[in-house]
Design a protein around this ligand. Structure first.
Ligand code: UD1
Length: 418
């Protein structure tokens, strides 16, 4: 089993190129099921989660080629011959549930293993199913599987109790081949939703309102193949921004969309980090001044992203004063905090809020990545901690960050994968 060994690092400097968004690429790959024509998707990051999704599509019968060097997927779902996804892959990738909408729309039935809970929360799929049911699908849950079938999906108005990203995506994709108009109310507004809507429109779908809380989809009889470049990963970008802040660094991010990073840049700026937008989708992040404590509450977009919560916890742990972080999206997303405490962080958790008293120094030790973003937070803390930190279970981190150690090394960090 590989581990990351990280030593206290100097102020990071240099340029780092941000990859395409994992959470953008996954639903777009799933959307290729909606057409029997070829789709070409670029800026697809070579990550574990992406490989699992490619495998799932392959097993469904898709003709799919991934050029890792060019980060380009060419996929044709003409010969999809099954509506059942019964491999282990679904348990490896919770996000694989987003193939249910396109599969149901294209094949009129779908059977997928019920995604289990995970470290950060129970993560139910009731809102996805509520959407399919409203569109006329019959749902059955049996022996750990969810089956859905329909004669024809028919558009309806669907109100989501919570603006779930996955449910919004799944319903949008199903609606794209339904008859009539589907309206999703209280829809998620994340940039990845807008990117999926763009891809669907290129396929010939009629989607409006993406990026607002009401999305309207006019169903089409048939969709065509399309070419698309996935948006940059705002969470990877945010992680490197915090890395610059925690090491007192001065770095330039390449391939970023500043609009997508607003909630993160606003909080870093409040804390005294210098953020400078540069020409050509670049951004400078410099921490030359004493940083101020942080107060954040995670919320659906355009609120502060839950996927950046743990990285900000690492930063708060070394800022003098009291910071407060409240998690409202997932019920169990402070699980990694125990590992930060082992490095000397002073974190008190009361239900959904964490109170962090900044300490003078963290100390390297052996820690374990408990989940993807919590694992990234451990790297950030390790960059600032005295001595050496050994991080195990790094497969969690590699699900969502490609070549993370190489990218950090290129900025001057002392990190090795062993
Ligand atoms: C996506 C992202 C994940 C991010 C999350 C929130 C992908 C592949 N993953 O996950 O990185 O942390 O958005 O920004 O894009 N919920 C229900 N019922 C449902 C669906 C969701 O109660 O049917 C709840 C969840 O338990 C959670 C909240 O809604 O508490 C948000 O979940 P959701 O937005 O669906 O997250 P994902 O799409 O799973």
């Amino acid at each position: 089993m590989s581990v990351f060994v990280v030593s206290k690092s100097p102020a990071l400097s240099g340029n780092v190129k941000i990859s395409g968004a994992k959470n953008g690429a996954l639903p777009i790959l799933a959307a290729s099921i909606l057409t029997d024509e070829e789709c070409v998707i670029s800026s697809v990051p070579p990550l574990k989660d992406v490989f699992v999704m490619i495998d799932i599509l392959k097993k469904l019968g898709a003709d799919i080629d991934y050029d890792e060097k060019k980060e380009k997927v060419t996929v044709c779902c003409k010969n999809i011959g099954t509506w059942e996804e019964d491999s282990d892959d679904a348990s490896k990738l919770r996000a694989s549930f987003i193939i249910m909408g396109p599969l149901l729309a294209r094949m009129k039935k779908a059977r997928i293993p019920l995604p289990g809970g995970c470290q950060i929360g129970s993560r139910p799929v009731d809102l996805h199913l509520k959407g399919f049911q409203a569109m006329g699908a019959t749902i059955e849950q049996k022996m750990g599987f969810i089956s859905a079938k329909t004669k024809k999906l028919i558009g309806d108005t669907i109100y989501l109790d919570f603006p779930s990203v996955g449910a919004t995506e799944n319903i949008m994709m199903a609606a794209a081949l339904a008859s009539g108009v589907t309206v999703i109310e209280n829809a998620a507004a994340e940039p990845e939703i807008c990117d999926l809507a763009k891809f669907l429109c290129k396929m010939g779908a009629k989607v409006t309102g993406a990026g607002t809380d009401t999305i309207k989809i006019e169903g089409s009889e048939k969709l065509k193949g399309a070419k698309h470049k996935v948006i940059p990963d705002r969470i990877e970008a945010g992680t490197f921004m915090v890395a610059s802040a925690i090491t007192g660094g001065d770095i330039i991010l390449e391939n970023v969309i500043s609009e997508h990073l607003k909630p993160v840049t606003a909080k870093l700026a409040e804390s005294n980090v210098l953020i400078e937008e540069l020409e050509g989708n670049k951004m400078r992040v410099a921490a030359n001044e004493k940083l101020k404590p942080i107060n954040i509450k995670t919320m659906p977009f355009p609120g502060f992203p839950t996927d950046m919560q743990s990285q900000f916890m690492s930063l708060s742990a070394v800022i003098s004063g009291t910071s407060i972080i409240t998690e409202t999206v997932f019920e169990n997303r402070f699980i990694y905090a125990g590992e930060l405490r082992r490095m000397g962080a002073d974190i008190k958790i009361d239900s959904r809020s964490a109170v962090i008293e900044g300490v003078k120094k963290l100390t390297g030790t052996q820690v374990r990545a408990t989940d993807l973003r919590g694992g990234a937070a451990l790297i950030l803390s390790a960059l600032a901690a005295e001595g050496e930190t050994e991080i195990s279970d790094i497969y969690h981190i590699e699900r969502g960050y490609c070549n993370i150690e190489k990218k950090f090394e290129s900025l001057g960090a002392f990190i090795k994968k062993i």
